[in-house]
Design a protein around this ligand. Structure first.
Ligand SMILES: Nc1ncnc2c1ncn2[C@@H]1O[C@H](COP(=O)(O)OP(=O)(O)OP(=O)(O)O)[C@@H](O)[C@H]1O
Ligand SMILES: [Mg+2]
Length: 227
């Protein structure tokens, strides 16, 4: 087993059969012990965070599979805290695709002159470059095309899948009376060039509220997977 990447919240290994294995850790993004899903640093470690993230990820990836949405998911081993996946190549050096149902976070920081916190948004999609040095800048469809990161046709597929997946998650949370504000997804190309959902869908990638109170990642996993 070869380690190919040491991430902030997961380590990535290449298996002998060509698949990848993601090892979920208890580390969470944030600063000085305070969790922040948008942060690019590890800010805290909570026992059980890795397992909770893997449980929720597995839950949603299975739902995607049931709905015919292509993902990298193969199987999960909860005790080992690992998920076996199909290896993918990312677009450029990696993109994040955000779907917003309510205005918060960087949307308000950028557009606060025209938007108020919590304002409803209609599955608004935006793409950011994974570029820690430049603060993960948002990038337009035209810029993605011009920079040969993504064609315009691929952008349409990406946007469509993002809205489908985000809506699936939103509806699932709504069953527990939880309100999904926004969610961050990652995509890549598999061996056949197909655009597939990769990485994870856990509390660490979304902001959700119940009765106006933020639901932290571990609690969210417990509520949705009923564990
Ligand atoms: N199927 C896959 N094929 C290739 N890479 C993948 C796949 N699934 C997830 N990854 C990548 O594995 C890494 C997982 O580690 P982790 O989420 O901890 O990274 P990170 O420290 O957050 O860094 P990054 O800024 O790249 O997300 C990410 O870089 C993610 O893009
Ligand atoms: Mg990550």
């Amino acid at each position: 087993m070869n380690e190919v990447y040491t991430g902030k919240t997961k380590d990535v290994y290449a298996l002998d059969n060509g698949n990848y294995m993601l090892q979920f850790k208890d580390d969470m993004t944030g600063e000085d012990g305070v969790f922040d899903p948008g942060a690019n640093t590890v800010g805290l470690s909570i026992e059980g965070a890795g397992k909770a993230g893997l449980r929720l990820t597995t839950h949603f990836f299975k739902q995607c599979r049931d709905q015919g949405i292509p993902t990298h998911f193969i199987e999960t081993d909860i005790d080992r805290q690992t998920m076996t996946v199909v290896p993918a190549t990312v677009f450029g050096e990696g993109l994040e695709v955000i779907c917003r149902f309510r205005a918060t976070g960087s949307f308000i920081r950028r557009y606060g002159k025209y938007a108020v916190e919590g304002q409803p948004l209609d599955a608004f999609v935006e793409v950011t470059l994974k570029d820690d040095e430049r603060g993960d800048p948002p990038i337009s469809r035209d810029a993605l095309d011009t920079l040969s990161i993504l064609t315009k046709a691929e952008y349409s597929i990406l946007k469509d899948r993002t809205q489908k997946i985000a809506t699936l998650v939103k509806n699932e949370l709504a069953e527990q009376a939880i309100d999904l504000y926004d969610i961050k997804l990652e995509f890549g190309r598999d061996q056949d060039g197909e655009i597939v959902l990769i990485d994870e869908i856990s509390g660490g990638n979304m902001r959700a509220f119940k009765d106006g109170v933020y639901v932290a990642p571990l609690e969210l996993a417990k509520m949705v997977t009923k564990t």
